[in-house]
Design a protein around this ligand. Structure first.
Ligand code: ADP
Ligand code: MG
Length: 387
């Protein structure tokens, strides 16, 4: 067998990286799989919102960057266990396929009315009006707060190309050079990092793993590893992800439970990124945003602040008593959620990740308060269990 033929055979579609369309959606036809999902009790938000009427009305619409309804819902159709099930390709997606995204936004961000409400932003650390209890402080391994940002002069990552992704990395390399003091650091690109370097950064909880099927089904991982990378400050407390989900994920993290210190660094970091971008691009506005939706993100769950603040907490007795599901239920009742030890969709190995659920319609400091209140209650529950 020829070498070329062998190489061609080896290049079968990789479900972890390549964009694989549902058979019907690939032909721009109503996805029959969705009929099945819509009969189940547990459905993604997309399946709850999507109708045949909506499909017929919007199936031939296309945004300037080429995003379609088929592309938007492919992730939920091919991954029936999705919680959300749809992604945007650009800012226009949120208006072009109006009822789908309006439905998704209002179902995730419960209580947010897109007709009458406006998003607010405030990262002032002095406005945090709740304190972490001592008993909670003692159980926290580390604290991390991240916020998502997308550049207004590129399509979102889902709709990007190898060139747009690399241009973003190029541009950001210039922005990283403007950082000073504790924010200064080093940029690592996936195209030049070794497997060992990647593994080390992932193991430290700094770097994304990639290989997320739900993201892959929307094209997030296309042209991997081009344009992907991570910036790490010299003290390893200020980081940035490039072209993982959104163009930029700005991250502040450190060991222990000093939440105000982490939030303060995030605010300073976010300002440095925005100022650096304005300086390098000579633009007055650099981010994709709107008064109603705040920061525009690929995933409608991240709209608004784009912020998820989390602590890694050790609560073995509570895990044994009520399990991960039980802890998540408590967290959900307090506008928060639980995740596993190594991020979204991961198992609990030792620590549990508790973070804010809400992102849109509330200023950032309020969301930090949500997390603190929830962690205090969960820590108290752990202490009330007899040994
Ligand atoms: P994101 O919301 O930023 O996409 P993920 O759930 O994918 O977050 O997690 C990304 C990485 O951040 C994972 O390695 C996860 O374990 C790590 N992480 C999340 N919260 C914390 C924390 N409080 N301390 C340390 N690492 C954390
Ligand atoms: Mg994520």
């Amino acid at each position: 067998m020829s070498r070329r033929l062998l190489a061609a055979m080896a290049k079968v579609l990789d479900p972890y990286y390549d964009l694989i369309m549902d058979e019907d959606l690939a032909k721009n036809e109503w996805p029959k799989q969705l009929d099945e999902h819509q009969k189940q009790e547990k459905q993604s938000i997309m399946a709850q919102v999507m109708t045949r009427e909506m499909w017929d009305k919007f199936k031939d619409h296309k945004t300037k960057n080429g995003w379609t309804l088929a592309r938007a819902i492919n992730t939920g159709v091919t991954n029936p266990s999705s919680f959300l099930g749809c992604h945007a390709g650009d800012m226009e997606s949120y208006t072009e396929f109006g009822p789908l995204f309006k439905g998704a936004v209002e179902k995730y961000h419960v209580g947010y009315d897109m007709e009458t409400m406006k998003h607010v932003t405030d990262m002032d650390v002095n406005k945090i009006g709740t304190e972490l209890a001592d008993h909670a402080q003692k159980k926290i391994i580390s604290t991390r707060i991240r916020c998502a940002r997308n550049l207004s002069f590129f399509p979102l990552n889902t709709c990007g190309t190898k060139e747009t992704r690399e241009e973003i990395a190029e541009l950001m390399e210039g922005v990283f050079k403007t950082f000073t003091g504790d924010l200064a650091g080093k940029f690592y690109r996936h195209t030049t990092m070794s497997e060992d370097e990647i593994k080390e950064l992932v193991d430290k909880h700094f770097l994304f793993r990639g290989k997320d099927k739900m993201q892959a089904a929307s094209g997030y991982h296309a042209d991997w590893p081009h344009g992907r990378g991570i910036f790490v400050s010299n003290d390893e407390k200020f980081l940035m992800w490039l072209n993982e989900g959104d163009h930029l994920r700005i991250i502040s993290m450190e060991q222990g439970g000093d939440i105000p210190s982490v939030f303060d660094r995030l605010g300073r970091g976010a300002a440095a990124v925005e100022n650096g971008l304005k300086e390098v691009t000579k633009r007055d506005e650099v981010y994709m945003s709107s008064p109603v939706l705040g920061m525009i993100t690929c995933c409608p769950t991240n709209l608004g602040t784009g912020m998820r603040g989390s602590v890694h907490i050790i609560i073995p007795k509570l895990i044994k008593k009520i399990g991960f599901e039980g802890i998540d239920k408590v967290a959900r009742s307090m506008n928060c959620q639980a995740r596993g030890s190594t991020g979204e969709h991961s198992e609990v190995i030792d620590r549990v990740d508790i973070s804010n659920w809400r992102r849109l319609g509330y200023p950032e400091y309020n969301l930090v308060e949500d997390m603190i209140k929830c962690v205090n209650v969960i820590s108290q529950m752990e202490d009330e269990i007899e040994d």
